[in-house]
Design a protein around this ligand. Structure first.
Ligand code: IMP
Length: 193
């Protein structure tokens, strides 16, 4: 089985991606390679940030790896928070504060359409590849549900009547932006062998 480092410090993402890829790739965490640094995310696109994170691990630790960057793009807010999703309410990466700010910005807005977009950058044998996944939905009027992380309690995917946080991990991991991107990564890796 192929082994790849997943360049994330987010335990929820690690768990999600491990569940999705359990049968075909052995995923190693940053903790397991003893990387404790905060990897820089200073690019102005999701693609740029995902590549920065993957290149950092390849350059400093030498492992083939992949990294993801995700943004929540809200139509009525000109696609904000986008690449600033993690620090929308300030530098603290506080999901509750981010959701509070987003719900406030959306007060009185009729158009509540939004999408999550994930970009995965893979570095394999010194070549770089990009994969993306998008899920469309709406921003709810209030938080609902306990599972997942980040903006999950206020994002309701199209075709469902509950938020990601109500739908639960198993369903989210079948339909989410990250699942779509990870499946593209999986198809690519299996096409190589
Ligand atoms: P990053 O990809 O870790 O930079 O994530 C950017 C922001 O989007 C963070 O605030 C995350 O909590 C949030 N985020 C990323 N993926 C998800 C998701 O699957 N559901 C909800 N929020 C997410």
């Amino acid at each position: 089985m192929k082994t790849l480092v997943f360049a994330t410090n987010n335990k929820h993402k690690l768990e999600e991606v491990r569940q999705i890829t359990a049968d075909w790739v052995n995923i190693v965490s940053l903790e397991e390679i003893d990387c404790q640094e905060e990897v820089p995310e200073t690019a102005d696109t999701l693609e740029g940030n995902a590549l920065l994170k993957a290149r950092y691990i390849k350059e400093h630790y030498g492992f083939d790896c992949f990294a993801d960057d995700t943004g929540l793009e809200v139509e009525a807010l000109n696609n904000a928070p986008g690449i600033y999703s993690a620090r929308y309410a300030g530098p603290g990466h506080d999901a509750r504060a981010n959701m509070r700010k987003l719900l406030r910005e959306m007060e009185g807005k009729e158009n509540r359409k939004a999408r999550f977009r994930t970009v995965i950058a893979l570095i394999l044998d010194d070549k770089e590849y990009l994969f993306d996944g998008i899920i469309h939905g709406v921003i709810t009027a209030e938080k609902k549900g306990e599972s997942g992380f980040g903006y999950d309690p206020i994002f309701m995917p199209d075709g469902y009547t509950q938020t990601f946080a109500e739908l639960g991990d198993a369903l989210k991991n079948r339909i989410s932006h990250r699942a779509l991107a990870v499946h593209k990564l999986a198809e690519f890796l299996s096409s190589l062998s």
